[in-house]
Unconditional design. Structure first.
Length: 215
């Protein structure tokens, strides 16, 4: 189970995700979708169960997996005082991204030009999300974890995000995202319903993402 403030937030979750899968988590508010994503990212302690992500035992060392995971939650993980282009440059330097990768990410989500000179804190929610998605693209995580990733995006950028996730899977990454949007969930090859902290159609396989996953 995953623990939040010493209280169990997930119990009985039984989920196995293979390399190169795209999995959509569905379920009502409070079902535990966000907690499951955060647990897989090594941000929430796991006790009393087997929990392995990318070969890392989350019970023994949940911090080691973080450098291989890209997590986008409800709030974009950005520096409010930085300009957009500085935020992107910082991300590129951090992940040793090639200039062509950076240019492609910026163009994909339309955050270049005059928008590049705007401070993050002055952007709308949708604009901040676009910057965060561009940075996530540049980071090239092995495992993509996204919580309501289409929120705040217009139709064209939602389509761009769908294309991005499909490209990530084609490149060998594993993607798991939570959404309430039925139409967007259709992009996932596999859908999982989470209710009451449990996977309703869980298999007998423990919650594992294998060490050879290129997620």
């Amino acid at each position: 189970m995953a623990l939040l403030d010493r209280f169990p937030a997930l119990a009985g979750v039984d989920l196995s995700v293979q390399a190169g899968e795209m999995v959509c988590l569905r379920g009502p508010n409070g079902a535990g979708k966000s907690t499951l994503l955060r647990a897989c990212a090594g941000l929430v302690p796991v006790r009393g169960a087997r929990a392995e992500v990318l070969g890392f035992d989350l019970r023994a060392d949940r911090r080691s997996v973080r450098r291989h995971v890209g997590l986008l939650g409800h709030r974009a993980p950005l520096y409010g005082d930085l300009r957009v282009d500085d935020q992107v440059r910082h991300c590129a330097e951090l992940h040793s991204a090639a200039p062509a990768e950076v240019t492609a990410a910026v163009e994909r989500f339309g955050i270049g030009g005059r928008l590049g000179a705007v401070a993050i804190r002055r952007l709308s929610e949708g604009q901040q999300r676009r910057v965060a998605l561009a940075c996530l693209t540049i980071a090239r995580p092995r495992l993509w974890l996204l919580d309501e990733p289409h929120a705040g995006l217009d139709s064209s950028n939602r389509d761009a995000l769908d294309d991005l996730l499909a490209d990530a899977v084609t490149a060998g990454a594993t993607v798991m995202f939570a959404t309430h949007e039925v139409g967007r969930a259709g992009a996932a090859a596999r859908q999982v319903l989470l209710a009451g902290g449990r996977i309703e159609e869980g298999s007998p396989t423990p919650p594992t993402i294998g060490p050879n996953d290129a997620a």
